[in-house]
Design a protein around this ligand. Structure first.
Ligand code: ADP
Ligand code: MG
Length: 248
């Protein structure tokens, strides 16, 4: 699957990612967690070849991401960003099916796959006739996920996919997505700055700070065995007000 081997990236004088190696576990969800600007999106963009490393290599099934290999590899990766990244001038269905049509998949196959994904993502088929601007934020992200899943990718990369949603819609999608990832046994890398979301999704949490991985492990590891003072600070900064705790 995907492997980052001593990959680093600077933008001008700014070190966005120090030399980093990471192999997301197959069939599980790896969460990239950390404060704004710590390099989470850069790491994800390196994985999908939208940013090329200054040093090190990104490998997909042993093949290095390079101009000659990138198109074929991208077709095996689903990628969703915070605002969905849907093309505003295409309706939802055209967005979902764009790549499949470009690759010459048969109309009957496309129809069947769209039907399957509507069921999976709980989108009514008639919503697919609407343009992104005519969908709610939650519907837009459902459509963006359908688009990412259309070709049954080996790897799903999600960059703060729920961050722009209201709390209730976000909760609903968190619940559904976790179930879907488990059912499909997808290898997922999900970016968030939210500790609760990381704990919810993450089979493994990768906590980052200033372009470096500070700690990898479970939520329990971060809580009980913090690698350094930053881990403890980060966790404490996100502890909810106990007065808001809902009785179980
Ligand atoms: P995060 O997703 O964790 O918020 P990013 O990976 O987007 O962080 O950014 C890491 C650092 O690299 C930030 O300081 C950001 O300003 C910088 N950066 C990211 N992309 C670019 C770019 N295309 N050009 C210049 N600086 C960038
Ligand atoms: Mg980001």
């Amino acid at each position: 699957m995907l492997a980052l081997d001593n990959v680093s990236k600077s933008f001008g004088a700014k070190l966005a990612l120090a030399s980093t190696s990471l192999v997301p576990t197959r069939g599980r969800t790896t969460v990239l967690l950390g404060p704004s600007g710590c390099g989470k999106s850069t790491l994800l963009r390196l994985m999908v070849g939208l940013v090329s490393p200054d040093a090190g290599r990104v490998l997909f099934d042993g093949v290095e991401l390079a101009p000659a290999s990138i198109d074929a590899i991208r077709h095996r990766i689903g990628y969703v960003i915070q605002e969905g990244g849907l093309f505003p001038h295409l309706d939802a269905r055209a967005n979902v099916t764009l790549l499949a049509r470009y690759l010459g998949r048969e109309a009957a196959w496309i129809d069947a796959r769209v039907g399957e994904l509507c069921g999976l993502m709980r989108i009514p088929a008639d919503a697919l006739a609407r343009y992104p601007g005519q969908l709610s934020g939650g519907e837009r992200q459902r459509v963006a996920l359908m688009r990412a899943l259309m070709l049954d990718p080996a790897l799903l990369l999600l960059d703060e996919p729920l961050a722009a949603l209201d709390a209730m819609t976000r909760r609903e999608l968190q619940t559904e997505l976790k179930e879907i990832f488990a059912r499909l046994a997808k290898t997922v890398v999900l970016v968030t700055h939210d500790l609760h979301e990381a704990a919810w999704f993450g089979d493994e949490i990768v906590l980052m700070r200033e372009g470096r991985i500070v700690q990898r492990g479970s939520l329990d590891d971060l809580l009980a065995r913090p690698a350094d003072g930053f881990v403890t600070q980060f966790v404490h900064a996100q502890r909810a007000d106990p007065r808001l705790a809902v009785a179980a």
